[in-house]
Design a protein around this ligand. Sequence first.
Ligand code: NDP
Length: 329
Amino acid sequence: MAGDFRALVVTKDEAGYRCEDKRITDADLMDGEVTVRVSHSTVNFKDGLAITGKSPVVRKFPLIPGIDFAGVVETSTDARYKPGDAVILTGWGVGETHSGGYAEKARVKADWLVPLPKGLTAARAMAVGTAGFTAMQSVMALEAHGMTPADGPVLVTGASGGVGSVAVSILARLGWHVIASTGRTSEAEYLTHLGAKEIIDRAELSAPGRPLGKERWAAGIDSVGSLTLANVLSMTRENGAIAACGLAQGMDLPTTVAPFILRGVALLGVNSVTAPYAKRVAIWNRITSDLDMTLLDGLSHTIGFDEIMPTARAILEGKVRGRTIVAIG
Ligand code: NDP
């Protein structure tokens, strides 16, 4: 059909939940002021959940998954954007309640877009994606709490994953002594290359522990949740802070108040999805200035449209290292 283009479409009906590779037209896109010709997307943990249906992150059907994309404006009825502008989108429920990045075109609200920062290509923006954006947001949450490298080591959990890899890279460049927790100790060389000074086996943190343990780090970025986060808190130094952004182990948090009331530890929540525009621009500017682009290239790899679905399954099995760029166009 003239004007049709490629898209992944998630459907849920009597036949069940499924994600299919289809040809669609502009009429199949959802409402929005800006239509973007998508050049790149990425595969985050949440995209894995959306494509497989393992968790109910998709809440409108049919829907194009893909929580992030980068591309060039094709048409816009909003004065802030004109055809040819390079833009990025992360979050805002795109790929969950509004069609997202796994298509050659996307139509979204102008409010959700951010201009592609100077110094960043569309591919590198997607190497960062929601995961890298969240890593920087977490770093900035620790800084806003007053934490500095002089306070002591910082722990990063899920270190070989997307959030973790970018967090390790940024923190090391900012001068932190980074302790990386990973289940893939075979990735020690990779994590050391990104800047980690110590590697610990995540098994040390993933089983039930004591309300308070030996003080091991001043700060942390946790993308794992559950027992891991409880243990991370219990081993945080007095007046330290942990930024919690993920749930790779689980959504529960079986902790006690001991770290908070006996050590003054702060638990800082990080939600990238609805971060307001000014904060987004500030985060992207920090990414451009504080993330080593050579390291970013080294921790990311590029796949084509055909590999989105297998990669989505692999990320849920903890088999994807670093970040994945999807070349869409
Ligand atoms: P990845 O799958 O790339 O990374 C997660 C990492 O967690 C894995 O690589 C693995 O690291 C570790 N892990 C996986 N399973 C377990 C387990 N059962 N127990 C302990 N560790 C485990 O995902 P992302 O980096 O994209 O996302 C990480 C988390 O952050 C997800 O839960 C995601 O939903 C959340 N997130 C939240 C955001 C927010 O706005 N708050 C935004 C982005 C992500 P290793 O092999 O090194 O141990």
